[in-house]
Ligand binder design. Structure first.
Ligand SMILES: Nc1ncnc2c1ncn2[C@@H]1O[C@H](COP(=O)(O)OP(=O)(O)O)[C@@H](O)[C@H]1O
Ligand SMILES: N[C@@H](CCOP(=O)(O)O)C(=O)O
Length: 320
């Protein structure tokens, strides 16, 4: 459930007067999502999404996230455009929270994407990387190795409750990553959370990308590795080579990967699997049920970490 802060009609109607969106006709909370409270608004000028930022988004990062969406939208990426208020501000305050209105994107996120859909995701990810290259702001990845270490320090002592032997397994991974994590790969703006719930389709066509609240500067190939994890594994945790091939071919049709990026895919995919395992594990162990964050199963990402550890060659992901 992703409406953590409620908003009443009177305060919303008054808030909207500051924006060029017309008058409120109706609104409702959106159940999907993890971090923030989202509402679908219908006004006399169309549909919008209202987001109230909850505790886990740092207000200081909002100009980066919102500026990036605007930049990408202006460069032809189908993503929400933040609406500027009459006074020139994008970020307002509603119900005691930082609040923003963004344009509504048509489309549905897919539960069972096909290889054809995943090929489109690869193309869109590469287009995002190219379009972000001249975005003037930067944001370091808060969930790179140092961030993982913080999460692990908080969760390690209870990790074996979730999976016996997990503490030793992850300790060994950290030792490996600290020695071997790639340093000199091409980097720029990455989405960093391009999971199926953040990509919309209309039929076979990709209609939009949402949720830029983990976007940051990091290796482009790390974003590709995250998509391999998020899109190319089946429910039984087997890797679907056809889907991997489609994702990588789609990506490379827009931005070819260098030899170094290809060679780094196994360690990047293992690191990305650890990153999502750790945020899930941290929430699993520390957030009360019914609390402010929707919990997701960390063991799904332990399976992926093990898969990547056994990879002998990046061709096993479907690189052609
Ligand atoms: N611009 C948009 N257009 C249409 N629906 C959106 C848009 N932004 C968000 N949504 C809806 O709100 C849900 C939650 O948004 P998301 O940004 O993923 O939230 P969170 O950051 O809390 O995870 C999405 O799954 C989608 O249903
Ligand atoms: N994609 C992450 C969780 C972040 O959720 P989102 O709703 O913000 O995309 C995961 O699967 O762990």
């Amino acid at each position: 459930m992703a409406v953590y802060t409620d908003v009443n009609e009177g305060e919303l109607g008054a808030f909207l007067k500051a924006y060029p969106v017309g008058d409120l006709l109706s609104y409702k909370g959106i159940a999907e999502g993890t971090e923030n409270s989202n509402f679908l608004l219908h006004t006399t000028s169309g549909s919008y999404i209202l987001t109230l930022y909850e505790k886990r988004v740092d207000k200081a990062d909002l100009p980066f996230f919102l500026g990036l969406m605007g930049h990408l939208a202006r460069k032809g990426i189908s993503c929400p455009l933040p609406v500027t208020a009459h006074d020139g501000d994008v970020i307002g305050t509603l119900a005691g929270r930082p609040a923003v209105i963004i344009t509504f994107l048509e489309g549905l996120s897919l539960r069972r994407p096909t290889s054809a859909h995943i090929g489109e995701v690869g193309k869109a990810l590469a287009a995002l990387h190219l379009a972000g290259a001249d975005f003037p702001m930067t944001r370091p990845n808060a969930l790179a190795i140092d961030g993982w270490r913080k999460l692990w320090s908080a969760a390690r002592f209870r990790a074996d409750e979730v999976e016996p032997g997990l503490a030793a397994e992850v300790d060994a991974d950290f030792a490996d990553f600290e020695r071997n994590w790639p340093k000199d790969l091409p980097e720029g703006i990455i989405h960093a959370d391009l999971f199926p719930d953040n990509v919309f389709f209309l039929g076979e066509n990709l209609s939009g990308l949402i949720d830029f609240y983990f976007a940051c500067n990091d290796h482009y190939a790390y974003d590709v590795a995250t998509c391999l994890n998020a899109w190319c594994f089946e429910k039984d945790f087997s890797f679907n080579l056809t889907k991997g091939t489609a994702l990588l071919a789609g990506y490379q049709s827009v931005r070819p990967l260098s030899g170094d990026e290809k060679a780094a895919l196994p360690i990047l995919a293992r690191g990305s699997a650890l990153r999502f395992m750790l945020t899930r594990l941290y929430d699993w162990l520390t957030v009360a049920n019914g609390g402010l964050v929707m919990k997701r199963d960390p063991t799904e990402y332990i399976r992926r970490m093990r898969f990547h550890r056994a990879i002998k060659s990046p061709s096993e992901y479907g690189l052609t």
